[in-house]
Design a binder for this molecule. Structure first.
Ligand code: FMN
Length: 256
């Protein structure tokens, strides 16, 4: 069983690739997170958890979902963390998560994919993203045989910098940086409500036809990246930047 969480589609793409190569079913964790429901699943093969990297760690909402989940069957777990550049010392934190959960940690595959953190960094345009995605697909293809045979993945080494990033910097980031306050809409907002529907935290509601953000934001960038009229900005930081969505999600977007 592959369980994934995604804001802009990178992790969903990685999960789908693994699902098709390994012939394993997929579960989208987003509705469970959105509705605060407990995950109750059965898997006879090792669990594969796929998610973006937030502050050099697994997103806290996804970690908590796993911690509280009722996972029947296999007691082994692999992790794939998509990222813009690196995962720091996430592996040690995943080992601790597995220990708490009574799972055997089988390895972490960091997967560099297009950066989506438009509130902080520039995101790649379509051409640059295509090149990064192709490389990521190839990287993941090399991991497939190891997962298929149930072998452990190579250790992801983190130096002192990585330890600090996934440790103290993650704490400061989560407590001090992640806030919805700077989100605003421009005159281009049509009040379609897509941002509210797509938010994995149910953190957006419509008031007088305009989105309003409350304080459960995890900065997944789904609202700003999925807005069909690019009417959402994050303060001034996102102004003039391209929005990023993983290509196949963009293709299905018109049906939403
Ligand atoms: C809140 C937030 C924090 C992020 N932190 C990191 C990070 O610590 N390291 C990194 O390489 N990429 C980081 N990124 C980039 C994403 O992990 C990366 O683009 C990921 O593939 C997005 O996955 P998704 O499309 O499945 O949501 C961050 C993105 C967001 C939105």
């Amino acid at each position: 069983m592959i369980v994934y969480f995604t804001g802009t589609g990178n992790s969903r793409r990685a999960a789908q690739l693994l699902g098709s190569r390994l012939n394993r079913p997929l579960t989208d964790a987003t509705p469970y997170i959105r509705e605060g429901k407990r995950l109750e699943l059965q898997s006879d093969t090792p669990w594969i958890f796929v998610a973006p990297t937030y502050g050099w760690q697994l997103p806290h909402v996804f970690r908590d979902l796993i911690l509280n989940a009722d996972l029947q069957g296999s007691k082994e777990a692999y992790f794939v963390m998509t990222c813009g550049s690196g995962v720091g010392n996430a592996e040690q934190h995943l080992r601790q998560l597995c220990a708490k959960k009574g799972l055997t940690f089988k390895g972490l595959q960091p997967l560099v994919m297009p950066e989506n953190y438009i509130a902080m960094f520039p995101v790649p345009d379509e051409r640059a993203a295509t090149v990064i995605i192709k490389k990521a697909d190839k990287r993941l293809e090399r991991t497939v045989p190891l997962m298929a045979q149930g072998l452990s993945l190579p250790t992801v080494k983190a130096g002192l910098g990585g330890k600090a990033m996934s440790g103290i910097v993650n704490t400061v980031f989560t407590r001090g940086v992640v806030t919805a306050k700077p989100f605003r809409t421009t005159a281009a907002c049509m009040g379609c409500g897509k941002c509210a529907r797509i938010c994995p935290r149910s953190n957006i509601s419509l008031a007088s036809g305009r989105p309003v953000w409350t304080d459960e934001c995890i900065h997944c960038m789904a609202c700003i990246s999925h807005c069909p009229t690019k009417a959402i900005e994050y303060g001034r930081k996102s102004v003039g930047k391209p929005r990023y969505l993983c290509p196949e999600w963009k293709e299905t977007e018109t049906n939403d």
